[in-house]
Design a protein around this ligand. Sequence first.
Ligand SMILES: Nc1ncnc2c1ncn2[C@@H]1O[C@H](COP(=O)(O)OP(=O)(O)O)[C@@H](O)[C@H]1O
Ligand SMILES: [Mg+2]
Length: 424
Amino acid sequence: MKILVVGSGGREHALAWKLAQSERVQTIFVAPGNGGTASDARLKNIAISDPAALADFAEQEHIALTVVGPEVPLAAGIVNIFRARGLKIFGPSKEAAQLESSKDFAKSFMQRHHIPTAEYQTFSDLQAAHAYIDAKGAPIVIKADGLAAGKGVVVAMDLHEAHAAVDMMLSDNKLGDAGARVVIEEFLAGEEASFIVMVDGKNILPLATSQDHKRLLDQDAGPNTGGMGAYSPAPIVTPQLHARVMREIIVPTVQGMAKDGIIFTGFLYAGLMIDDQGNPKTLEFNCRMGDPETQPIMARLKTDLVQVMEHAVNGTLDSVELEWDRRTAMGVVMAAAGYPDAPRKGDVISGIPPETADSVTFHAGTSLNDKTLLSSGGRVLCVVGLGDTVKLAQKHAYDVVEKIHFDGAQYRRDIGWRALNRKH
Ligand SMILES: Nc1ncnc2c1ncn2[C@@H]1O[C@H](COP(=O)(O)OP(=O)(O)O)[C@@H](O)[C@H]1O
Ligand SMILES: [Mg+2]
């Protein structure tokens, strides 16, 4: 069968790589893909990004199944377009994707359905927003309502920063329409974890747990990024906490959407903040897999992903039991010079070793020009190492990172530090 993966990042490379391991797959098209998907003989890049044009392509090529990686096409309604034409696709409808595409939608949804989350209010009026900040005090969190590619959240540690964030969004319109409304919410202290499940409209299938590293620099210093590394499993999510998150957050979300008349299908990702008592609250929802969480999660998945996806689009996820590699997988992102503000493009990448039993390198911002691999985006590669211990997984990842070269490469040297500390 033929499969279409929509997107061009490390997440999509990892999904396509995993789907390609199925014996039933003939070709996997990646739209538009990257230098890594271009280099893999089992994958084929296609330069189409418009959802309707992708549906035309899926029809012509008799694509059996489409999997969507990023949020932008989901929020634009790619799933609605495919379904209206009878094409099988895994992802949320445009309506369901509002859980991610509007933070105000997600917050009022959570409040209505008693799903634990930070206290908040939404504003489009500048003066009212400033007054709310003064009334609540700092630290406080300012979030653009709409999709802002990871640039829409300011965790303000003082009032000055909080007021400036509101001005930036509501008055200077720096984020355009995405920042025309802001959610202002209570600051939550704790440790974050990523909790991702697959939903077929009714049944919920949890994936392995993971934890991302948002800050650019070691020890969680520097600016926020799309994510500088991730590992799976996340030991903070104990079996007890897992059960609690399912009971208090995931199940009420899927059921609450249905009650509100919106059937949720697709990956559902709850970004959690877990306080020092072990109580989870929802920071946000994403309606897709995380990047870079997907890379270590796919590296650990043993079950045939094609089969899982078929059950997902057919509403039979209750018959699937996922099998995971018991090892830890650790993904280290190598980013371009200047990332995240102004990533440089066009650096020559060399030294990526072939995949082994305990390491694999996924591409993100790369392109293949003739035989030369060039950087073409902020996050360039995600190197995943696998090992029986967190430490060994880390060693296997960094052994590969050190073999790879491109000018100005930035990467953290401490990915996995929370898991390492916990085990000591
Ligand atoms: N209420 C909060 N308290 C403390 N930190 C927060 C809060 N909300 C978000 N953050 C921090 O900001 C990051 C980004 O916020 P998030 O809601 O996930 O938005 P997005 O991923 O869309 O940028 C989170 O990963 C977390 O580190
Ligand atoms: Mg987030």
